[in-house]
Design a binder for this molecule. Structure first.
Ligand code: SF4
Length: 436
């Protein structure tokens, strides 16, 4: 399921200094073999978050195995994801895949009338045989009408990496969001799947601040997607939602530029962007935010001694790399050596990049062998990487952190800032214990 293939980069390999701002950082662009999960992985957290949706992957047994093993082999009586397996006769063109898909979807919806939204999720095999899931979704949506909405997006490893699956899913939901009336009062939309407990913490803070909330995307129920319009402002909770941000902008919704809510500083900046946009009195903002910010700072301080001065490299994986490197360098005094990311959303992360220490090597895309050579030459104290790379690097005496843990753990906001710092401290503690 870890994939490695040549995917064309937008521009050739080499250093790109950027074309607009003269102060743009140097970015090493790479293409070549990649080792990263595909976008199907997002189903693992999306199916828990969106409680009235069902994700039907149209794929192979490999896709089914990925979902089952990544989901910790969760066998429910009534799960909310499944794989419609494309068999050899489908691949050989001996069966009409559209008919087969209709049959399976009907079977599923007849048996599970509680499904309010069905996502047909594309995979490498469905893409290779050019199965038009957009057409299938339209046809099934027309057939099931008001009862079940049928949408589609791609989680294929050819088109998407890891967290891009969430981006594709949320972008597919944007056209379904109702239009807010033209005279609707301004309100804030939170964008990005967060654990419910973290989302609730943020909603409580916005309520205390007096920031009016339109809702969240994804909503816990697709049946109650919040209305949006030109008076809606949105804050991204995740840095990998480029397509979703574009789809919202097309609906006239304005993005509030902010750091991402990691650590005391990132969270404060994120909340402040909303407070300023909604004209909240700065003194009131400070009063509401100060207790959480102080708690976060204290929790982070417990890990500073262990992490300060330690060198860290990120291999491209979750697209969280840039804001996390900013958090680690600004609040824990770590030294980012190389920060690799599959895609650098320049517009969404410009402020994050500007806060990285001078000389940080930023790389976009992946050429696995070259990147591993650089890690071996740099010998950082900690390397954040995918599951498949961690063991070989550990065997070479390098401490590693699984990038996937950062996606599956609650790490946003004031209350999680200490845990976030601890996720990076733990492998170093383990290394020290093993040395003893
Ligand atoms: Fe593998 Fe592609 Fe299926 Fe992902 S979508 S599990 S990369 S075959």
């Amino acid at each position: 399921v870890l994939i490695g293939e040549d995917r064309p980069a937008a521009r050739p390999t080499g250093f790109d200094t950027g074309c607009s701002a003269p102060a743009a950082p140097q970015v090493l662009r790479e293409r070549g073999q990649r080792e990263v999960f595909c976008g199907l992985t997002g189903i693992i957290w999306l199916h828990r978050k969106i409680q009235d949706a069902f994700f039907l992957v149209v794929g192979s047994r490999t896709c089914a195995h990925l979902l089952q093993s990544a989901a910790g082999v969760m066998i429910f009586a009534e799960p909310r994801f499944a794989t419609a397996i494309i068999e050899e006769r489908d691949l050989a063109g001996m069966a009409d895949c559209q008919d087969e898909l209709d049959r399976i979807a009907r079977q599923l919806l007849d048996r599970r009338p509680d499904i309010r939204t069905l996502f047909l999720v594309g995979s490498c095999p469905s893409e290779v045989i050019k199965l038009d899931l957009g057409k299938a979704a339209q046809r099934l949506d027309a057939a099931f009408g008001g009862r079940t909405r049928v949408l589609n997006y791609s989680g294929s490893g050819i088109e998407t990496t890891f967290t891009e699956g969430e981006d594709a899913c949320l972008a597919a939901l944007v056209p379904e969001m109702p239009a807010a009336p033209a005279d609707a009062p301004p309100a804030l939309l939170l964008v990005g799947a967060l654990p419910d407990i973290v989302e609730d913490q943020f909603l409580r803070l916005f309520a205390e601040l007096g920031v009016p909330i339109a809702g969240s995307l994804p909503a816990r129920s697709v049946a109650s997607l919040p209305p949006i319009g030109p008076n809606t402002r949105f804050l991204l909770a995740q840095p990998f939602l480029g397509e979703t941000a574009r789809a919202l902008a097309d609906r006239g919704v304005q993005r509030l530029d902010a750091l991402f809510p990691f650590g005391a500083e990132g969270t404060t900046d994120w909340l402040r962007a909303a407070a300023e946009a909604f004209g909240i009195d700065p003194a009131h903002f400070d009063q509401v935010v100060a207790p959480g910010r102080e708690r976060a700072k204290r929790a982070i301080a417990h890990r500073r001694e262990q992490l300060a001065g330690k060198r860290i490299s990120f291999l491209p994986d979750s697209q969280l790399e840039i804001p996390l490197a900013r958090f680690l360098s600004n609040e824990l005094d770590m030294i980012p050596v190389e920060v690799g990311t599959p895609y650098l959303h320049r517009d969404l992360t410009a402020r994050e990049v500007a806060l990285l220490p001078a000389g940080t090597r930023i790389s976009e895309g992946q050429h696995l062998d070259r990147q591993l050579d650089r890690v071996r030459a740099d010998r950082p104290d900690l390397t954040v990487c995918g599951l498949g790379l961690a063991n070989p690097l550990e065997a070479e005496g390098l401490s590693t952190k699984w990038a996937i843990e950062l996606v599956f753990s609650p790490i946003h906001g004031f209350e999680q800032a200490g845990d976030l710092a601890d996720l990076f401290a733990r492998p170093l503690r383990r290394r020290d214990l093993l040395k003893v």
